[in-house]
Design a protein around this ligand. Sequence first.
Ligand code: ATP
Ligand code: PRP
Length: 234
Amino acid sequence: MVEMRLQAGRVRGLDRGSTLAIAVSKGRILSEFRTLLDRMEIKCAEDPETSRSLVIPLKDRGLRLVIVRAADVPTYVEYGAADLGVAGKDVLLEYRGEGFYEPLDLDIARCKLVVAGKAEPLPRAGRLRVATKYVQTTRRHFAQKGDQVEVIHLYGSMELAPLVGLADCIVDLMDTGNTLKANGLVVLETIAEISARLIINKAAMKMKNTAVKALIAELAKALDQTATDRNLAL
Ligand code: ATP
Ligand code: PRP
């Protein structure tokens, strides 16, 4: 049984033995992370994409996936409710927590965080209105450039905002560029290259060091193999 305790504002699962919980979101991150797990010959005990269960044991490895929303991964890891997590750099830039390490770029879910808008000059007068779900990252980006902007917080369909006059431009993710193109928008500026990262709770790194280090080494090896295969295919 998992005994829960509140400790200095942190919720920690205590009775977890040496098994490791990995927080991951369904969709593109989980499907690409499973390709890495496949390389490591780690199989899920049930299919996480079809199962309604939010805790998915991995066969024979003392590991389990905990299924959470993409933006919640750092919270689960920082608070120790998961030992490790797989989170997009976009999410980590926005979260800016200090309760975890970020030892590995998993080179999955690659895309860019961009400023995009209509293919016409941005208005010069007044404060620029920028729609995004990345409020903190957007504020930091424009502040660094010395630009005063009004950030409008949206939860999705950012590309609509400039079309209906809600904002002058957006800050959002771009991969193929198809979504921007379909909505008549162009990239104005790239803020960051994005990929999913492995993050590790600081306490788990100390208390479960052997298991955590072994998993990092295995993941690093699988990443090397993937890179080698990719180079051979070129
Ligand atoms: P939720 O489904 O909980 O609202 P979400 O829409 O951010 O969250 P996903 O679309 O699965 O969830 O995105 C998860 C992560 O995948 C993002 O944080 C980002 O790092 C990466 N990502 C998002 N969109 C793309 C894309 N078009 N191409 C590649 N990677 C992407
Ligand atoms: C993401 C992002 C863009 C789109 C970009 O949305 O918010 O809308 O991908 O990808 P593209 O450049 O390949 O077109 P996603 O598909 O994840 O939808 P969601 O944010 O509504 O979940």
